[in-house]
Write a protein that binds this ligand. Structure first.
Ligand code: NAD
Length: 477
């Protein structure tokens, strides 16, 4: 059984792939190659716990497709991780990279541990040994396979991975690019931590900005005033909630593993986070109703439901109870293939994972490029851009002076406000926004062309690009 509670998460992904494949002209053999998982590495290794006890850790890495290299995908630490799950998540990475035109094949790794059961030192030992095992089998490297954070991991684990890889590689020059999601001081880029959640926001905003589509759902155009429920307040869920709230949406429900809270008048995200920090739970937040069964949050009345925890949350047994008009898949695989059909038949708009959470890999791509080029993004151009902007403003000022016949008083703050070059963070965020906006139009156009839903449209677009990638390799007739 996979974490989704269904027989096979990988099978679920392939059912949805097959629904889309019929809209493409590609031969069955090529489609089979595209959807199959190329390699899976499964390893068991011992670690010595702080108590002195020896424990065997089970770990995995799947490389789904090598039509582009390196392969790329996060590493997950969760109690239930298995080969099937990493294969499914790696497949989603392949399709995701194609949708946002990031030149990687898909991969995913996982270690079957609940990180809360281990000390920091134990986590370090596990992460370093896992990296060593990957390096031994050539499952990691800047041009081979590049991990990143996922569920249960973050910048700290990426630093351990980098340090371990650097100590075993014979190519230290490019070692920094062996992993992304690193802290800024260790080769990371500003904006990577919040990138997936920010991308989720851009995707939802794009969907809500199309009046025709909102009208079909009985909703008004724009994100402002939309009622939102978010499941999972980790990296992706928290940032997605933060950005949609900042743009005027109302968070009415929040769910974590300990339960959920609901207030139809709105919950202030930061206040809930402070409450959770103080009490250890989101429950009993002033003014909100408690839902002791966390999963009940999926049934709450709202306009947009954002599942941002794990896969298999909306299944055929609870899909009927979902009241949201839009389900925005921030997590990977939160809707099973059968629930996907039930929701789509009911006219619910599903913004698919393989597009919506692609912000993380997009910014990881920028980080990888930065590491390989050995230069900070914007370093070469920032000063030049600032000079240019200053020269333009000074010319405008001189023209205005000439017209008025006397020196005009340009407010002193205007020059520094306008005459600056793009910082690394500006470049990362604008590159991310551009990618998410362009990709939304692409999957929507594909869906409309084939008279189908967004997920199928996204799959078709992705399959076409991967097929082209295989053709470019020149190995198929
Ligand atoms: P995370 O570990 O930072 O956070 C996940 C949160 O979900 C945790 O707070 C956890 O307590 C909560 N949670 C777990 N089970 C829950 C449940 N049943 N109900 C409510 N809350 C629950 O993980 P993350 O990085 O935010 O990843 C979340 C999802 O987004 C995963 O599916 C992951 O694959 C996907 N994703 C992550 C990234 C990334 O950059 N981190 C990128 C793309 C996709």
């Amino acid at each position: 059984m996979s974490a989704s509670g269904t027989s096979s998460f990988f099978k679920q992904v392939n059912i949805m792939f097959d629904r889309a494949a019929v809209h493409t002209p590609h031969p069955t053999g090529l489609l089979n190659q595209i959807k199959s998982c190329n390699s899976v590495y499964q390893v068991g290794f011992p670690i010595v716990r702080d108590s002195g006890k020896i424990e065997v850790i089970r770990a995995f890495r799947a490389e789904h497709s090598h039509h582009k290299q390196p392969t790329k995908g996060g590493i997950r630490y969760a109690a239930v991780v298995n080969a099937d799950e990493v294969m499914a998540l790696a497949a989603l990475m392949t399709y995701k990279c194609a949708i946002v035109d990031v030149p990687f094949g898909g991969a995913k790794g996982g270690i079957a541990i609940n990180r809360h059961d281990y000390s920091e030192k134990e986590l370090e030992r596990i992460t370093r040994r896992y990296t060593f095992e990957l390096a031994r089998k050539n499952f990691i490297g800047p041009g081979v396979d590049v991990p990143a954070p996922d569920y249960g991991t973050g910048a700290q684990e990426m630093t351990w991975i980098l340090d371990t890889y650097t100590s075993v590689t014979d190519n230290p020059l490019d070692a920094l690019a062996c992993v992304t999601g690193k802290p800024v001081g260790h080769g990371g880029v500003r904006g990577r931590v919040e990138a997936t959640g920010r991308g989720v926001f851009f995707g939802i905003r794009e969907a809500c900005d199309i009046e025709e589509d909102m009208k079909a759902l009985g909703l008004s155009k724009g994100l402002k005033g939309k009622r939102i429920v978010v499941q999972g307040l980790g990296n992706v869920g928290y940032h997605a909630a933060k950005f949609v709230e900042e743009s005027g949406a109302i968070i009415t429900g929040l769910a974590e593993y300990e339960g959920a809270i609901y207030n139809p008048d709105g919950l202030k995200l930061e206040d809930v986070m402070v409450h959770r920090l103080g009490t250890g739970t989101i429950l009993d937040f002033p003014g909100a109703h408690n839902l002791t069964r966390s999963a009940d949050a999926l049934d709450l009345p709202c306009d947009i439901l954002i599942p941002a925890a794990l896969e298999g949350q909306i299944r055929s047994d609870n899909a009927d109870r979902v009241q949201a008009k839009i389900v925005a898949e921030a997590a990977n695989g939160p809707i099973t293939a059968s629930a996907d059909k039930l929701l789509s038949d009911r006219g619910v708009m599903i913004i698919p994972d393989m597009y919506l959470n692609a912000g993380g890999v997009t910014v990881s791509y920028f980080e990888w490029l930065r590491n390989l080029s050995h230069v900070r993004l914007g370093r070469m151009s920032r000063r030049f851009e600032a000079h240019n902007a200053r020269r333009i403003l000074q010319s405008v000022e001189a023209l205005v002076d000439q017209r008025l016949g006397s020196p005009s008083a340009m407010p002193s703050q205007i020059m520094p406000d306008l005459a600056f070059g793009a910082s690394e963070e500006d470049l990362v965020n604008s590159g991310l926004e551009d990618t998410m906006v362009g990709a939304y139009q692409e999957i929507r156009d594909s869906a409309r062309r084939h008279k189908t839903d967004l997920r199928t449209g996204a799959f078709v677009s992705s399959i076409d690009k991967i097929a082209k990638g295989y053709k470019q390799l020149g190995i198929f007739p």
